[in-house]
Write a new protein. Sequence first.
Length: 247
Amino acid sequence: MNIRAYDFDWNVVTSNFPRLLEGLGTTLQIAVIVIVLSMLLAVPVALLRMSQIEVVRWLAQGYIELFRCTPLLVQLFWVYYAMPTLTGITIPGLVSAVIALTLNLTAFMAEAYRSGFQAVPVEQIEAGKMLRLTSWQRTRFIVIPQALRQQLPVILSLNISLFKDTALVSTIAVADLMFTANKIASESYRALEILSTAALMYFLIAFPVSLILSKIERNMMSGDSRGGRKRRSVAAQMVPGTKVQVA
């Protein structure tokens, strides 16, 4: 079988590299905004998901399952094309991208938080009650810090996936890295060089984070295997001014 020889021309990459960097800047901007918003919003959603009030719990679960069980691309299109029909307000592509990605990531992040919250030892909660901490103080100083530490690998993994999923925003004409790469490729007819460079740029950002994730997981596994050491109550460590005497 004859394979057609391809004449690579990397000049198209160097000449358009500033445009690719500008697109990458938009991608990172979207990713950072979405990650920060999702990590904050996922906390109350996870707490609502664990509520003793059945209606509240089912509403939170309905939101989570809706965004976990439908394609992100459909959600993106719905926010960009369908939401203006309901609201009568035209939503810019960048804003639509942030809304859709935030709603999606929050749903996944809330489930990760919930798993972490439920894994906090009951003894730590009881220690907080003995220290006369309010329900909010126990959540803030005991539950959330431990849950975040335990679920950190999952959270980082979700953030890596979100960074890669930002490529979908190019479908609603947001000038991110993927949109810019496609535009340059169509102008220069050099899709191989341009798209390969775009893929490499995604890789150079996501791969170091994945290495950090692997290191964190190894450290957590080794820390769990050591175990058996006596530690002060987490409540006493986290809440200023509290003192617990350990035998």
